[in-house]
Design a protein around this ligand. Structure first.
Ligand code: INI
Length: 176
């Protein structure tokens, strides 16, 4: 709007929505390690996406799936998928459960650093859907017995996909 000869650009609030999902594409990377937990996280994730209008069929055009041996391998595959520029968001699912060895700490540290780096390096939202717990019981409680965090991770993916489309569109508008 022109006011006293100056162009005043309206400022904006950017916020993701959960509607109009039919043009989104997602990739889900799932660790097979502790698959009793990760298959349940995947079910929760698919249920949420489906109920928000996303076609989760692997034969369809909206969601691709990549299985990896364990959480340690998740970031590498997530990064490769993100670099394809085919997806609005990548959802990473894994379960790292503390055992009697220090392995837990190494795997948990690397997967969290790797997922964060992948999002920042590629500009694609990469959702941290790695459950880290002390026991299998606690992991199962978060994967369907009490609630299913897979659902929450899918909500984050939907929100970020929508938000990033808005934010990426900023450059298309005149700076005024
Ligand atoms: N992978 C997991 O996803 N969760 C674990 O709890 C885990 N622990 O504790 O060993 C785990 N290890 C495997 C790891 O992710 C790699 O697949 C493996 O080391 C080969 O690189």
């Amino acid at each position: 709007m022109w006011v006293t000869g100056l162009l005043l650009a309206a400022m904006a609030v950017f916020e993701g929505t959960f509607t109009h999902t039919d043009s989104f594409r997602f990739a889900i990377v799932i660790g097979r390690f502790n698959d009793l937990v990760t298959t349940k996280l995947l079910e929760g994730c698919q249920d949420c996406l489906k109920r928000h209008g996303v076609d989760v069929n692997p034969e369809g055009s909206q969601v691709d799936y990549a299985w990896v041996p364990g959480s340690f391998e998740v970031p590498l595959v997530a990064r490769q998928l993100a670099l394809s520029d085919r997806y609005d968001a990548i959802i990473c699912l894994g379960a790292v459960i503390r055992g009697q060895t220090p392995h837990f700490d190494y795997v948990a540290a690397e997967v969290s650093k790797g997922i964060a780096a992948t999002g920042l390096q590629t500009g694609i939202p990469v959702i941290f859907g790695i459950v880290t717990t002390d026991t299998m019981q606690q992991a199962l409680e978060r994967a369907g017995i009490k609630s299913n965090l897979g659902w929450t991770y899918a909500m984050s993916a939907l929100e970020m996909a929508s938000l990033m489309r808005q934010v990426k569109g900023i450059g298309d508008q005149s700076k005024g």
